[in-house]
Design a protein around this ligand. Structure first.
Ligand code: ACO
Length: 323
């Protein structure tokens, strides 16, 4: 049986730290409200000249340095992002060129906060079917570029960053299964409602690109949906809740993370939490958390990891991995 295995991780965060107290100065909000409702204490915001591809490149250079793998040996680049540098070339193409790779396939996946899980799922399939041997799978975002800084309901949540894994073909189990889903019927609850075909809003800051979200409704759907995908993932692998060693969730809200952990009967000590310092980095959040889990020595080879995410679309997904 052919599997794909994670053979390295990397990450990058902007230098600029914005605390809840900083946001108190520009919004009708408080550190207490943000901490209690979301778990976020601070977040990183990209510099004015720092793009999604810059963050992705930094994360990728780190994983190549750590693993000693030659970028030329990569057969496919998949980038999960909702905030590409350009409409085209894709961020994956820009990244491929910057890293000195030639002619391997490269494309972006837009699944909002589930972007990395979608990208991982696609790359895993390419490896399992024998089409390729190595893939660079990235989640990278500068979501703060489309935050409405006058909307306290969203401005306190989002942040920037990038994370990456290198996947390699192996006879040993690695990614055991991936599961992706979408329900396109809820754009009214979570969207950025401008674009090339529908049109931008000239005269408005950033051409009117901003995130709209009915947070409390999204919250309820997220908790219900993530509970369902946990069941689906365990069933597909004939596993019990107790077989999972670590939950590595999308970092949108500590209360959503706690609800999923409860569903798994999992103590919070077995859950990787970075939302307090990273905020919601959309596609970057799961690979950032995974990189932290690996580099801190918490996650060990042979352990079972459950990755999951939920985001705009709605999209959601999971990956069960024997690390
Ligand atoms: N500071 C102070 N008060 C605030 C703030 C703020 N930053 N934001 C909202 N409030 C107020 C509201 O106006 C409301 O006031 P009211 O009672 O007087 O009307 C009150 O707080 C409660 O608002 P709710 O929206 O009901 O608060 P809730 O507890 O649901 O928390 C939050 C809001 C944090 C957004 C939560 O609903 C959430 O995390 N939702 C899910 C987000 C998510 O997972 N999104 C998907 C991924 S994102 C993507 O794909 C791009």
């Amino acid at each position: 049986m052919r599997y794909s295995r994670i053979i390295g991780t990397g990450s990058a965060l902007p230098e600029k730290v914005v605390t809840n107290h900083d946001l108190e100065k520009i919004l009708d909000t408080s550190d207490t409200w943000i901490r209690e409702r979301t778990g976020i204490c601070e977040r990183r915001i990209a510099a004015d000249d720092q793009t999604t591809c810059d963050l992705a490149e930094e994360a990728c250079r780190q994983v190549f340095e750590r693993t000693g793998i030659d970028p030329q040996s990569i057969d496919l680049v998949v980038v999960g992002t909702t905030t590409p540098d350009l409409i085209f070339p894709s961020t994956a193409c820009l990244l491929q060129h910057r890293l000195g790779m030639t002619e391997c396939g490269a494309f972006d996946v837009n699944a909002a906060c589930s972007g990395f899980i979608y990208a991982l799922s696609v790359a895993d399939k390419f490896i399992r079917t024998g089409s390729i041997k190595r893939a660079l799978v990235v989640g990278a975002e500068t979501l703060t570029r489309m935050v409405d800084w006058s909307d306290r309901g969203t401005a306190v949540l989002f942040a920037d960053g990038a994370g990456v894994v290198i996947l390699e073909a192996s006879d040993e189990p690695g990614i055991l299964s991936t599961h992706i889903h979408a329900n396109g019927g809820h754009a009214d609850l979570l969207c950025a409602d401008v674009g090339v075909s529908k049109g931008f809003k000239p005269g408005e800051p950033n051409a009117g690109v901003k995130v709209f979200m009915t947070g409390n409704e999204v919250f309820k759907v997220a908790v219900r949906t993530l509970g369902r995908i946990v069941d689906e993932t365990l069933e597909a692998n004939n596993m019990e809740k107790s077989d999972i060693d670590w939950l590595i969730p999308h970092q949108a809200n500590l209360r959503i993370i706690q609800a999923t952990a409860k569903k798994l009967n999992m103590p919070m000590e077995r859950v990787i939490v970075t939302v307090h310092k990273h905020g919601n980095t959309s596609s970057a959040s799961v690979p950032l958390a995974l990189d932290e889990a690996v580099t801190s020595g918490q996650v060990k080879r042979g352990e079972n990891l459950l990755l999951e995410a939920f985001g705009g679309g709605f999209t959601w997904g999971s990956a069960l991995i024997k690390y």
